[in-house]
Design a protein around this ligand. Structure first.
Ligand code: MG
Length: 260
């Protein structure tokens, strides 16, 4: 299948979708999920600001989806895909800061492959799930572990503003059942595993979610993180790379005590 890379970006104060072709972005008119057309205008990648590549209504995420992430905690694999939701407001793109809110002192990275839904999906069978996928992107499911452990729900542990990193592009034509997912903290590899090791594969997860929740074009599913994670500190640089998709690169900052 042909590889196509879609990006969303700001150039000259205007937000557009485009197709990334090497270092050149070919601007599209309209929404990629509804059949966007080339405008003929191009921009250099280095001259634009990349945004999160879509604006999801639903941000679904799976926990405990690699054996390597649960083995050292003595957790048994779940009977169904263990899902939670992140608020759409937490989404940021590459090159933006992940900002620790007040009181957050144990914030971890989680490198993940992310699936982007391409059409309205309800009661989808596993066999039909691939047809619901628009493409694949990368994500960092940023998580405050103390809040995750102690709060009733994970609204702030995994849903604080900037805790959902997404991008840099949505890629069509990659084999999502076998891609390398990697994180690097200040250049040092911290997580590295292939998506063939997912406990619940992508098609199973889409089928399961859509028994209960209708997914819409542009919705995303974070598919889970491998291995063990560590806290990040203000000033760090965290990178998440998904093979064939690209690299998210985000700085870490602490929220100012002065609220705007
Ligand atoms: Mg996660």
């Amino acid at each position: 299948m042909k590889i196509t890379r879609y990006v969303r970006y700001t150039a000259d104060g205007k937000v557009s979708y485009g197709v990334l072709d090497g270092e050149i972005i070919r601007e599209l008119h309209g929404n990629i999920f509804a059949g966007a057309e080339p405008t003929g205008k191009t921009s250099k990648l280095s001259n634009v600001k990349l945004l999160a590549p879509c604006e999801p209504l639903n941000v679904a995420a799976i926990g405990r989806n690699y054996k390597s992430h649960i083995a050292d905690r003595n957790i048994a694999p779940a009977p169904h895909p263990p899902l939670f939701w992140k608020p759409a407001s937490c989404i940021i793109g590459t090159d933006e800061n992940i900002v620790f809110p007040e009181g957050a002192n144990n914030v971890h990275y989680e490198a993940e492959m992310v699936v982007v839904i391409g059409k309205k999906a309800k009661n989808v069978s596993k066999a039909d799930a691939p047809g619901c996928i628009f493409g694949i992107t990368a994500g960092n499911d940023v998580s405050e572990r103390d809040w995750q452990k102690n709060d009733l729900q994970w609204f702030r542990a995994k849903g604080s503003d900037t805790f959902g990193v997404l991008g840099p592009a949505i890629v069509q034509g990659v084999n999502y059942n076998d891609l390398l997912v990697e994180s690097r903290l200040n250049g040092e590899v911290r997580q590295s595993q292939r998506t063939k090791d997912l406990l619940f594969d992508v098609d199973t997860v889409i089928s399961y979610i859509t028994q209960f929740v209708t997914l819409m074009p542009g919705d995303v599913i974070y598919t889970g993180t491998p291995g063990t994670t560590k806290p990040m500190q203000p000033g760090d640089i965290i990178e998440v790379e998904v093979e064939g998709v690209g690299t998210l690169r985000n700085g870490i900052a602490r929220a100012s005590t002065i609220m705007d």
